[in-house]
Design a binder for this molecule. Structure first.
Ligand code: PLP
Length: 399
């Protein structure tokens, strides 16, 4: 009889968003005429930028003609036109990459979930708590031991290196769910820790485009020495509204190495290319052309305007939280606001109160890890109108 991978038995029930959806459906059924404002799920609401749509249409047209039709892509890592564009994007921050170091993906979720394939099962994995759930779930599926570095109010929800050893480290900055952003000095400490431990950092930069403060790093490769100890995973989902279009990229530096059980050194880039070559057949041509347009002068300008719209929503939210004297992180350089549930309420109790009394849906912090208990996440990805209305409702509820 076929046997399942027993590691799947160690997964925690995917409870958070299922439970939220169940609660919201029940509330809607009981109050069908009321307007619920959703500020929980991290999906975007504004459409793709015009430059992106134009590029996608043009590419779709090319696919309809024999002379310009494209089938499988040769490199398996993405078209050069897109990798050149990404290279140029990094060069603006004085990070120099080669095309070979860039892998085009269908988004950051796949790569952040798949990357653990290439690491030994005995690897000790370090995840900051609270965290984006994919890191824990994928490493649990991979049978790896997971340890946690605490993100707490005391460290402003920016966990720093622990005393103990780890082989693989997942960092996310700007952070989902806490909205905290590592400074260059803090990332340097992580790079030093990785080097001392012969570890590799998986740096999730899915929200880098929300950083407006020039002193903050948008890529781990802005930190000296990071190329020998880090992989960066990025996404166009939030940078350019690609949640439904699907494109991202992963940067694996040529100089990054790891050791086989026999002690021999291997290039991580080569092994990741081998893994992708066997299990991934690339991203569609029209989507890669659309992604290329994100990095054009016009695309950058248009996407920045969209991000500004969300950051302006976040600023409106910040004003309300400050007025209500609620502790929070994020909202600046990030689309997430992470706040302490008023009156020491537990996360799920506050979820129910918010739904029943203000008809707002948010995300209970406890769903992202133990340090999230008593905290709550709201996103700035809604419309201006809904954000303003939600904040007025919150003030009324708590005022
Ligand atoms: N990484 C983080 C931290 C995220 O919050 C998300 C999406 O919410 C992703 C990765 C996944 O991004 P993508 O849509 O590119 O798969």
């Amino acid at each position: 009889m076929a046997k399942m991978n027993a590691n799947f038995l160690n997964l925690k029930e995917n409870y958070l968003f299922k439970e939220i959806s169940k609660q919201v459906s029940a509330y809607t059924a009981a109050h069908p005429d009321n307007k619920i404002i959703k500020m929980g799920i991290g999906d975007v609401t504004l459409p793709l930028a015009p430059a992106v749509v134009e590029a996608m249409k043009k590419a779709a047209e090319e696919m309809g003609h024999k002379e310009t039709f494209r089938g499988y892509e040769d490199s398996g890592q993405g078209y050069d036109f897109l990798r050149e564009a990404i290279k140029g994007y990094y060069a603006k921050r004085e990070v120099s990459l080669s095309n070979e170091e860039i892998f085009i993906s269908d988004g950051a979720k796949s790569d952040s979930g798949n990357i653990n394939d290439i690491f030994d099962e005995s690897s000790i994995v370090l995840v900051t708590d609270p965290a984006y759930p994919v890191y824990v779930d994928s490493n649990t599926m991979g049978g790896k031991e997971i340890r946690y570095a605490d993100s707490t109010p005391e460290n402003n929800f920016s966990a720093m290196p622990p005393e103990y050893h780890a082989d693989l480290i997942y960092l996310c900055s700007p952070n989902n769910p806490t909205g905290s952003v590592y400074t260059k000095e803090q990332l340097k400490e992580w790079v030093n820790y990785a080097k001392e431990n012969d570890a590799i950092i998986i740096f999730d930069a899915a929200y880098e485009a929300f950083i407006t403060d020039d002193s903050l790093p948008r890529s781990i490769f802005e930190i000296e020495g990071a190329k020998s100890c880090a992989i960066e995973i990025c996404s166009l989902s939030k940078t350019a509204g690609f949640t439904g279009t699907r494109c991202g990229y992963t940067v694996v530096p040529e100089e990054l190495t790891f050791t086989a059980p026999n002690g021999e050194k291997y290039g991580v880039r080569k092994i990741w290319a081998r893994r992708q070559g066997s299990k991934f057949n690339g991203v569609s041509y029209p989507v890669q052309r659309a992604a290329e347009a994100v990095f054009s002068e016009e695309g950058i300008k248009q996407c920045r305007e969209i991000i500004k719209y969300y950051l302006d929503n976040a600023a409106i939210m910040i004003t309300t939280f400050e007025k209500l004297n609620i502790s929070f992180t994020g909202g600046k350089n990030s689309p997430y606001i992470w706040f302490k549930c008023p009156n020491n309420t537990e996360s799920w109790d506050f979820f129910h109160k918010l739904l029943n009394e203000a008809e707002i849906v948010g995300t209970p912090g406890s769903g992202f890890g133990k340090n999230g208990e008593g905290w709550f996440r709201m996103t700035a990805f809604g419309s201006r109108e809904n954000t303003v209305e939600a904040m007025a409702r919150l003030e009324k509820m708590l005022g």
